[in-house]
Design a protein around this ligand. Structure first.
Ligand code: NAP
Length: 323
C-alpha cells in the first residue's frame, strides 16, 4: 500500500510517497482502509521536528475510514464500520493503517467521509476549547486568531452559535470575507493593522473575556494586552513559532489572568472523554451549529504540496487528502 513517510525532519520535501508493507492488527487493533485524511498544522510540527517523533515515521493524526480487519479481542467495532480518529499512533497519511480500537469513534449517517476527516481533530479541539478549557458563555467577547483557517472555520461558527461576540484576525484581504462567513462579528487584518488597537476600538481596552491563540509567538503579547482583568489566555498552537517562556509578573500577574497551554490529548484522556466529545461535535454539525466547507483536496502523493500551502497561509479552511 502507499503511504507518506518521513526519514528526517525538514521542509515539505521530506514527505516521501512510498510503498510499504502493512502488518496484521494485534488483538485489540483494527486495520482501516482510509477514505479521507485530515490536514492539520500539527502535521507540520511533526515534520519539522518542533514536536519530535521517532524516525522513520508515518505522519498524520486524523482520518475517516472503513474497518477491513479486526483483531481477535476487538469488541467495540466490526468489519465494515465507518470510523474516524484523531490521535496517536501517527500515520494517517496512508491508504491503510492499524489503530487500537479504543481510539476510534463511529461516524453517524449524515456526516460524509470528507467532513468526518476534518471534524475529528479540529472538531474535538473546538469542542474542548469552547466548552472545557474555557466554558464560553452567551455574551462573552472572544478573540480568535487565524479565523479563516481550518480550525478557525469550525470554532468561530460554533462560538457564534453559543452567543459569543466573536472577533477574528486574518492575515490577508481575501480572508476577511471568509472570516465573516465563519461567524466573526468583527474581522481584523493583522497584517495591515495593529490588532490590539483595533480590538480596543471595537470593545474597549482590557475587555476580551477569552483569547484563543493558535498563532503563537507573533500574537502572544498582543493577545494578553486585549484581555480583561481575570481574563483567560488559551495558547493552543504555534503557527508562527512556539511561546516557550512567559513572564508571570508582566504577562499574568498584571491583570490576574488565567493561562492554559492545552492539547487535544489532555481532553481525550479516557475513552469516555473521546466518545463524549466526538458526540458533541457530531451533534453540533448535524444541528447546523457549524458547517464545513472543505477548501482544498489533495491526492496522497501530493502531501508535500498540501504542507506548502498550509505553511504559506494560502489555505482558507479545512483541507483533506484523498488516498
Ligand atoms: N492544542 C491543540 O489541541 C490543537 C489542536 C488543533 C490545532 N491546534 C493549533 O491550532 C492552530 C490552527 O490549526 P489549523 O490546522 O486549523 O491551521 P490553520 O489555522 O488552517 O493554519 C494556520 C494559520 O495560522 C496563521 N499564521 C499566522 N502566522 C503564520 C506563520 N508564520 N506561518 C503559518 N501560518 C501562520 C495563518 O492564517 P493568517 O494568514 O490568517 O494569519 C494560517 O492560515 C495551529 O496552531 C495548530 O497547531 C492546536
Amino acid at each position: 500500500m502507499k503511504s507518506i513517510l518521513i526519514e528526517k525532519f525538514g521542509g515539505p520535501e521530506v514527505l516521501v510517497y512510498k510503498d510499504v508493507e502493512i502488518g496484521k492488527p494485534g488483538p485489540k487493533e483494527v486495520l482501516i482502509k482510509n477514505l479521507s485524511i485530515g490536514l492539520n498544522f500539527i502535521d507540520v510540527y511533526h515534520r519539522t521536528g518542533l514536536y519530535p517523533i521517532p524516525l522513520p515515521s508515518g505522519i498524520g493524526l486524523e482520518a475517516c475510514g472503513v474497518i477491513e480487519k479486526v483483531g481477535s479481542e476487538v469488541n467495540l467495532f466490526k468489519v465494515g464500520d465507518r470510523i474516524t480518529h484523531a490521535s496517536m499512533p501517527i500515520g494517517a497519511y496512508s491508504e491503510k493503517q492499524i489503530m487500537p480500537e479504543e481510539k476510534l469513534v463511529s461516524v453517524p449517517d449524515g456526516v460524509s467521509d470528507e467532513v468526518a476527516s476534518c471534524i475529528t481533530l479540529k472538531g474535538i479541539t473546538a469542542e474542548y476549547l469552547l466548552h472545557r478549557a474555557y466554558p464560553l458563555k452567551k455574551g462573552d467577547k472572544v478573540l480568535y486568531h487565524a479565523a479563516a483557517g481550518g480550525l478557525g472555520q469550525i470554532l468561530c461558527q460554533w462560538a457564534n452559535a453559543l452567543g459569543a461576540q466573536v472577533i477574528g484576525t486574518v492575515g490577508s484581504k481575501d480572508k476577511e470575507e471568509i472570516a465573516k462567513k465563519n461567524g466573526c462579528h468583527h474581522v481584523i487584518n493583522y497584517s495591515e493593522k495593529n490588532f490590539v488597537e483595533e480590538v480596543e476600538k471595537i470593545v474597549g481596552k482590557n475587555s476580551i473575556d477569552v483569547v484563543y491563540d493558535g498563532v503563537g509567538i507573533k500574537t502572544f503579547k498582543g493577545s494578553i494586552e486585549t484581555l480583561k482583568i481575570r481574563g483567560m489566555m488559551v495558547a493552543f498552537g504555534n503557527a508562527s513559532g512556539y511561546v516557550d517562556t512567559i513572564d508571570v509578573k508582566k504577562d499574568i500577574n498584571a491583570k490576574g489572568l488565567f493561562f492554559t497551554r492545552p492539547s487535544i490529548a489532555h481532553y481525550t484522556v479516557t475513552r469516555e472523554e473521546l466518545v463524549e466529545s466526538a458526540k458533541k461535535v457530531f451533534d453540533a454539525i448535524l444541528s447546523a451549529k457549524f458547517k464545513v466547507d472543505i477548501s482544498r483536496k489533495y491526492s496522497l502523493k501530493d502531501a508535500a504540496q498540501a504542507h506548502k500551502d498550509l505553511e504559506t497561509r494560502v489555505l482558507t479552511g479545512p483541507a483533506v487528502i484523498i488516498p
